[in-house]
Design a protein around this ligand. Structure first.
Ligand code: ADP
Ligand code: MG
Length: 696
């Protein structure tokens, strides 16, 4: 048996390899860049490139690629071989520092939202030395950022790195105020829990909807769904377990810290969670994880569905973004700590997150808005589209006591004094019980639970980091001017709690009563992408994001455009697929069954004189449903045609929300009804029971 410790990271040009293969001076200089963000010394690049190439070739590589994350949400790569002609007709294998540092993929086919005029198709990729290069399928992958020639970000990595810089800068100001001069860098960390479904590949291949849109667009619920609650943490089936083992191994080779795996709530649904890492790395690793999950599934005769809602009627898939802020000295700033001093600092960061989430509910909501995720958020499953924070009863009671200047907990006589009193210990289990909250404090981190399973985690973290950086900035501005630091700190925290406690909610976020209460509290309920996305262009958001250098104004408008365009296109493809399936598969199947039933009646009545009441009723039902399907399909076709004529993308997205989606629901309702009265052998594609319970 191979030992994990032997092959973990074997495909990664990580610190071990760098140390072993780079000249000491080069290694040190590169390390400074990686750890502290110092600019990269140009002379270093050639040396690193040459070492990378040798290492890659020893591992069987012939090509390298600049791997980047365009605004499609996927990753992109263009492979170049290392070969260079030698004068005598041979080839030699070369890779220069220039090639490592900068690439020039043709950018014209990636969405840019008008940032890059079509005549100026060039974009360039720039090496991100903070994320290790790795080998996959005989190619050396170099993580890169993707920009236009005029410097605008065309990807999800550039703004993420900018947001990490912003929070670093502001958090350092706060730490200095607390007398901390040793911390050099503050970074955010993320552990993304990834949910997914597995279905048999041969059944997947028979469903156009899964192939075209990643989710089923038709399908009546089978007799059994998730109501028995027998799947969550249930014993893992042999085939799934083999898949998971293989997946772990592939991820470990890539240096990805795959840690936890289990069955999820819905049948055929599972989860994988890695150990958390720096946000930039966690993002690259999550993109890679999603890719490897799909690839490994194929080897096992399975298809891994990453769509947020592959099946109506059972839970969809999300991605929990466990997020914390920590220092290079190893202190988690969201951990209460041991001393009154640490507690006070913790409460300030906690207050900053509370205010950030309240002030920028809209940004957080829109950071996870996609056509797929709309089926989870605000639909009949947790979490809702309303953003609120769960803190747990104990921490909420502490904040209450601070706000009201009252003794905490009733047992103590004195009031809570920041910087003097020690906070009570919060046990993890008391802060972690609420599973319905979109944004939950879980002891030493926040768990943002609204992300969709197929989302890149970049967007959520860009906006979360930016919002928190902004509030830390406001806090630092105020406290740096304070004459009495402790008093000002106390006042600031009190005021923040008072002004923003409306965002704190410890109850069941799944409950309709909460949605009504949330609206009464003035919280936003942005139900769909069409409602949420345009908010990024609100002045308050543009001002904030540009002031921290996260986005330029042009980048914000272009991103809004691209995301809405994605939404419109995704739903449009679904609508077209539905019409196609209804007309070419479902209606013909139902007609055939109707005709065969009618023939049965004719042949029966030619022999004996019977009423054939059931058959005749069935024929009527089927015939009515056929009409209903045809009418619904025609209405949907009409809507698709109308959508084409709408040029403004905001208008188009509203039309999708108000017209296309309801018409899709109507077509589906008729077809699903037809499914329940049609003989199984006539149904043209595998039904829910087979898909959900088909993996043995
Ligand atoms: P649960 O299902 O209870 O939420 P999991 O163990 O499935 O817990 O996932 C928790 C995730 O949070 C893991 O990815 C873990 O590495 C991550 N995590 C733990 N501590 C931190 C932290 N300080 N910062 C960010 N993520 C963290
Ligand atoms: Mg979790």
């Amino acid at each position: 048996m191979e030992k994990i410790t032997d092959y973990f990271g074997s495909m990664v040009f990580d610190d071990r390899v760098m140390k072993a293969r780079l000249p000491e001076k080069v290694y040190k200089s590169l390390k400074e860049t990686i750890d502290k963000g110092n600019p990269l010394d140009a002379s270093v690049a050639d040396s690193v490139a040459s070492a990378m190439k040798d290492w890659a070739i020893e591992h069987g590589c012939t090509h390298y690629t600049h791997w980047f994350q365009p605004l499609t949400g996927l990753t992109a790569e263009k492979h170049d071989s290392f070969i260079t002609p030698a004068p005598d007709g041979r080839v030699i294998m070369e890779f220069s520092g220039k090639e490592l540092v900068k690439g020039e993929p043709d950018a014209s086919s990636f969405p840019s939202g008008g940032l890059r005029a079509t005549f100026e198709a060039r974009g360039y990729t720039a090496w991100d030395p903070t994320s290790y290069a790795f080998i996959k399928d005989g190619t050396l992958y170099i993580p890169t950022a993707f920009c236009s020639y005029t410097g605008e970000a065309l990807d999800k990595k550039v703004p993420l790195l900018r947001s990490m810089d912003a929070i670093n800068k502001q958090a350092l100001r706060i730490l200095r105020l607390f007398g901390n001069d040793t911390v050099q860098v503050v970074k955010t960390s993320v552990g993304p829990e990834q949910e997914y479904f597995l279905v048999p590949a041969e059944l997947y291949a028979q469903r156009k909807d899964l192939i075209m849109s990643g989710r089923t667009l038709f399908g009546a619920m089978p007799p059994k769904g998730q109501e028995m609650e027998d799947h969550y943490f249930g014993s893992i089936k042999q085939k799934v377990s083999e898949y998971m083992a293989d997946l772990d191994k592939e991820l470990w080779k890539l240096g990805i810290l795959a840690k936890t795996k289990h069955n999820e709530v819905a049948p055929a649904q599972h989860e994988l969670a890695p150990i958390y890492s720096t946000t930039n790395i966690a993002t690259d690793h999550n993109q890679l994880t999603m890719e490897v999950m799909q690839k490994v599934a194929k080897k096992h005769g399975l298809v891994c569905l990453l769509h947020e809602k592959p099946f109506a009627g059972v839970n969809g898939s999300g991605k929990h973004n466990n997020w914390s802020i920590s220092t290079d000295t190893g202190v988690n700033l969201l951990s209460p700590g041991e001393t009154p001093h640490e507690n006070a600092q913790f409460l300030l960061f906690l207050a900053a997150v509370i205010k950030a989430v309240d002030d920028y509910q809209d940004l957080l909501r829109l950071s996870v808005a996609t056509a797929g995720n709309d089926h989870r958020l605000g639909a009949n499953e947790a979490p809702p589209a309303v953003i609120s924070i769960f803190l747990g009863d104990e921490l909420t009671a502490v904040l209450d006591a601070i706000e009201k200047d009252e003794p905490y907990g009733g047992t103590k006589k004195e009031k809570m004094q920041l910087g003097v009193d020690v906070l009570p210990k919060f046990r993890k289990d008391t802060t972690d019980r609420n599973r319905t909250s979109p944004f939950a404090f879980t002891g030493n981190k926040f768990e943002f639970r609204m992300l969709g399973s197929s989302n890149s985690i970049s967007c959520a973290n860009i906006h979360l980091n930016a919002a928190v950086a902004e509030v830390l900035k406001q806090f630092a501005d105020e406290l740096e001017k304070a004459e009495d630091f402790n008093k000002s700190l106390h006042d600031l925290i009190r005021r923040t709690i008072k002004n923003h406690k409306r965002i704190i909610f410890n109850g069941n976020g799944y409950d309709d009563a909460w949605i009504a209460e949330a609206e009464a509290r003035g919280l936003l309920n942005l139900k769909t992408t069409a409602d949420a996305m345009p908010r990024i262009c609100d002045k308050k958001n543009v001002d904030m994001l540009t002031s921290h250098g996260i986005f330029t104004e042009a980048e914000i408008y272009s991103r809004c455009d691209i995301m809405l365009d994605n939404y419109v296109k995704a739903v449009n493809i679904e609508a077209l697929t539905m019409v196609d399936m209804a007309r070419k598969e479902i209606i013909p199947a139902v007609m055939k069954f109707t005709a065969d039933t009618a023939s049965a009646v004719a042949s029966k009545t030619s022999v004996v004189s019977v009423a054939c009441k059931y058959e005749k009723r069935l024929i009527t039902t089927l015939s009515d449903l056929t009409d209903e399907m045809d009418e619904a399909a025609s209405a949907l076709e009409g809507a698709v045609a109308e959508l084409k004529s709408i040029e403004n993308v905001i208008k188009a997205s509203e039309f999708v929300r108000d017209s296309l989606l309801p018409k899709m629901d109507a077509l589906r309702a008729a077809a699903d009804k037809a499914e329940t009265v049609t003989s199984e052998e006539y149904w043209p594609f595998p039904t829910y029971d087979k898909l959900l319970f088909g993996v043995k």
